[in-house]
Design a protein around this ligand. Structure first.
Ligand code: PEP
Ligand code: MN
Length: 338
């Protein structure tokens, strides 16, 4: 349920409402909007308490939350959320660009990439130090050494570091070096990991599971939000279909759908979404045109020698041109919509 406070409700009245919600055995989350403050009352069997909450001082209405997810829904939080880390901003009209290799391979590779993508206008640097590989015989990542290289690249460039955490045991270590914790597609429904990153004090980039529905995706985000972490970004990275001409199928309608259902920023990954470098620039531009709040793109100094995902990685020059095209589309749409 959402307890909608009256426009002029005092801080004391909001606090009393929170206490009332908690005394009923429900979890209270206060969301302060520009027009109204609402208290989301989350928990089972909430409907019984509607009347009791309605009589509270400063309470204007008590409404049910229709969506299966609560904290992620627009019903609870009508205004879009903005995630800001260093110079990276995504959401509420701002578009954040994250770029970098699939895997951190060595110091030179990550530093050169960081400098190049920053020069092209990226504000985030990606790079896996813990790699979820389909085969146990493939390169698994440099682990803590890779995290140190990412941190050194941030120290030089001020790019926000986005890197994957694969297991609950690694959350503390990854959070020590990273600015944004990435939960990979294969782990979208690893609920203990979602709870752990929810408590890690860092923003999270949650990737969509390759066969997850939108409700499952949003309920996964809900696990993180429920731990008190409201810094969650959703990443559409393609789903598994019957189609074989792309590595995954990239549904850009997800951006529009998610914007209607949730306040969380939506990031698109055209690299994993297509699996072919030649398709990435156009799909990046299309995602920007669809209103994505950010893009995450694989870029490598020499894709042909990459230790993972080289076939879907852009060169520095290709990334630079893609950035120009995305920005031109974003600026043109802003001018039209202004
Ligand atoms: C990645 O970003 O390198 C990655 C492994 O992505 P996903 O989890 O979407 O497959
Ligand atoms: Mn990859």
């Amino acid at each position: 349920m959402i307890v909608v406070m009256e426009p002029g409700a005092t801080a004391e009245q909001v606090e009393k409402t929170v206490q009332r919600v908690e005394s009923l055995g429900l979890k209270a989350n206060v969301i302060v909007g520009t027009e109204r403050t609402v208290v989301a009352a989350i928990g089972d069997k909430r409907e019984h308490f509607k009347e009791s909450l309605e009589s509270g001082e400063g309470v204007s209405a008590v409404l049910p939350i229709v969506a299966p997810y609560k904290m992620a829904s627009r019903e609870v939080h009508p205004e879009p959320s903005k995630i800001r880390v260093l110079d990276f901003v995504a959401g509420g009209g701002e578009v954040g660009f994250i770029a970098g290799p699939c895997s951190v391979e060595n110091e030179t590779q990550i530093l050169e990439t960081a400098r190049a993508v920053k020069a092209s206008g990226a504000t985030g640097l990606r790079g896996g130090a813990f790699k979820p590989r389909t085969s146990p015989y493939s390169f698994q990542g440099l682990k803590e050494d890779g995290l140190k290289m990412l941190a050194a690249a941030r120290d030089e460039t001020n790019l926000c570091i986005v890197t994957e955490v694969m297991g609950t045991d690694d959350v503390e270590l990854v959070a020590k070096y990273a600015d944004v914790l990435q939960v990979g597609a294969r782990n979208m429904q690893n609920y203990r990991l979602l709870e752990a990153v929810g408590g890690a004090g860092r923003p999270v980039l949650l990737k969509r599971g390759p066969s997850a529905t939108m409700d499952e995706f949003l309920l996964a985000a809900e696990y993180i939000l429920n731990e008190g972490n409201d810094q969650v970004m959703l990443c559409e990275r393609g789903i598994r279909t019957f189609e074989g001409h792309t590595r995954f199928t990239l549904p850009l309608a997800s951006v529009t759908y998610l914007h209607r259902k949730t306040h969380l920023p939506v990031i698109v990954d055209p690299s994993h979404g297509t699996g072919h470098a030649y398709m990435v620039p156009d799909m990046a531009v299309a995602a920007a045109a669809a209103g994505a709040d950010g893009l995450i793109i694989e870029v490598h100094p020499d894709p042909s020698s990459a230790m993972s995902d080289g076939y879907q990685s852009l060169t520095f020059a290709e990334f630079d041109r893609t950035m120009h095209r995305c920005k031109a589309v974003i600026d043109a749409l802003r001018a039209l919509d202004a």
